[in-house]
Design a protein around this ligand. Sequence first.
Ligand SMILES: [Zn+2]
Length: 335
Amino acid sequence: MSNSKIPLESNDCLVVLCFQHLQMQMRYRDTNVGNEPLVPELPEVETVRRGLEPHMEGTIIDRVELRRKDLRFPFDNDFAKKLDGQRIISIGRRAKYLLVDIDNGLVLVMHLGMSGSFRVEQAGLVDQPGEFALPKGVNKKHDHVIFHITSAAGAKTRIVYNDPRRFGFMALIERSKIESHPWFVDMGIEPVGNALNGDYLAGKFHHKKAPLKAALLDQKMIAGLGNIYVCEALWRAGLSPERSSYTLARKSGKATAKANRLAGHIRDVINEAIAAGGSSLKDHRQTDGSLGYFQHNFAVYGREGEPCRKSGCTGKIKRLVQSGRSTFYCSKCQR
Ligand SMILES: [Zn+2]
């Protein structure tokens, strides 16, 4: 598949945590289905967060080095100045955004876009294979932002943001204004917590005729839930992606057993992918440079024509296109 065939969607971006970006991009395109990009999913961003956390939390930002005026968006004029000398309190995540709390009340919001990644470099570690095994061929001309930081113990560290396609972005937003910011104001609940339960789904679906698959991808309902995991959760729950959403709610608006089951499976598939260290991409690297995990074992995604893996089911996995996205499902056991 040539690059020109890949539709670029501004919000459905690829997140790759690896160092050989260009080669990797070519490789993961090979694993795409149809002409669709493999879109990033929340587990990859959470993996990045967990990899950066021990290196960044509690550290002082000595200096921010901006090597360009912009990524997807221009940096604010005083972006670096506002971070210089500040302490990093914590690193959180909301949907696919990394939120770095700074002790001056600002939040450094970072989105990895299609090809953004971080590299952690410490004295004595960068060139040590197995410790911080930078693969040869990493293109440092795409190192766009460098955070020079000092740990509480005095260790100097460089957190390097590399992004060949520059679809990522960074901005500083006041902590008190995060929730009302346009990027976050309409965001639904996180797919990994207890807030996602049968009653929540039923409440949202009560009067919805839209097919289940499309309704679940609505980011205003569940933020950061993407195509792959919706396919997997529906398969596990034995629910057809084409089923009308309202059938998961009772007339009273309460959850049906199906709604409870689906909510549990959504939480499970996301949590399992996070536990596996990311999501869907082969040779995916953790922020410490180690090969963190390999392809998550999807049951339906990308398996068109293969036998259904549900025990006792003789169906085959089919693909259909809903709202421009591929849906993989088994028509025999998903009703
Ligand atoms: Zn089946």
